[in-house]
Design a protein around this ligand. Sequence first.
Ligand code: PLP
Length: 421
Amino acid sequence: MKLDTKCVQAGYEPKNGDPRVLPIVQSTTFVYDTAETMGKLFDLEADGFFYTRLANPTLDTVAKKIAALEGGVGAMLTASGQAASLISITNIAKTGDHIIASAAIYGGTFNLFNKTLRDLGIDFDFVSPTISADELAACFKPNTKAVFIETVTNPSLDVVDIEMFAKVAHAHKVPLIVDNTFATPINCRPIEWGADIVVHSTSKYMDGHAVALGGVVVDSGNFDWTQGDFPMLTTPDETYHGVVYTEQFGRSAYIVKCCTHLMRDLGAQQSPQNAFLLNLGLETLHLRMPRHCANAQAAAEFLETNPNVEWVNYPGLPSNKYYDIAKKYMPNGSCGVISVGIKGGKEGAARFMEALKLAKIVIHVADARTCVLHPATTTHRQLSEQQLIDAGIAPNMIRLSVGIEDPEDIIADLKQALEQV
Ligand SMILES: *Cc1c(COP(=O)(O)O)cnc(C)c1O
């Protein structure tokens, strides 16, 4: 199947007489005839569903579709993007371990890493998204377990050299984890560039309509955990009668451990209803993404010529420092999000935002409706002045998430609001 067909059809294979549309299996639990069959499920000796916190047919089907889109061996849905990032790290790292992460990552991910996971004893080094291979290599320690980056960052729109990060990570026998939320597999498939694990906030373009919170972890199946130092995958798990994930599950070791161990213990499961809504979104992802990109391109080009605009940051503009690298990794466009610096500082940005009519002020980003946000006073308000600069966030920066309306209406709204700055 080609990518567009996978969006519509992958994952769900109805048999004779089954519903044509993926059913919502709204049941926490599943019936078995004997204790023995159930025991086998508990010991991971048989495949099947017994409790929705561990697995559910609706979730499983949607996860399969996303794995197919990203080109992975398996995937696991989570209750949110945050849960996906949390599990992607804690599946292989614990107290005393070290992670290298790009400094240009989503603010929520930064807090999760820099505060919560640090408090739990995992050490982080944050590096520039434009770090050189040599500088990156110098950041590795004997206890480094992963490198974490974001394809196109929310909201600074940095584009990272995925291939370089993957090469350096692999040279140090650790996996590369990529948050691919903004690009989506329609515009970039990090596994094709060497990424080992891909995570998403499906709350954004994948759902696409701002109706269902969710996340996903995708395993490429390509990383050889036995070559590095990953005892959590290569030594017996006593909670499953000594199963060794790499021995029993081979290429799927990482994702099986995510589903059976961490989801069991952390319980950050997505609801079947949300997975159903996510699946509806995925069915049109291949149609929506090109429109988001085309509209954003038109809006960015308009903004760049307006006298009340100080700067425009969009990887699709030839003036952008990431133009070439974005063309390499995302030849069909990056995403629908633009960041723009409005004249008049923080106040100018606020006046512009409040004058918009079609574009509404919301925290959310990356759905069908055009929306705006002022990160310095909202999503990133907990960051210090220096952390804001490191994350590429200026006080007058507005994040504009361009929807799939008619581009002329979007531009007319921007134009009238800029006249009021
Ligand atoms: C929103 C977002 C997240 C967090 O996802 P939630 O679904 O809100 O928990 C993670 N990464 C990126 C890039 C995001 O935009």
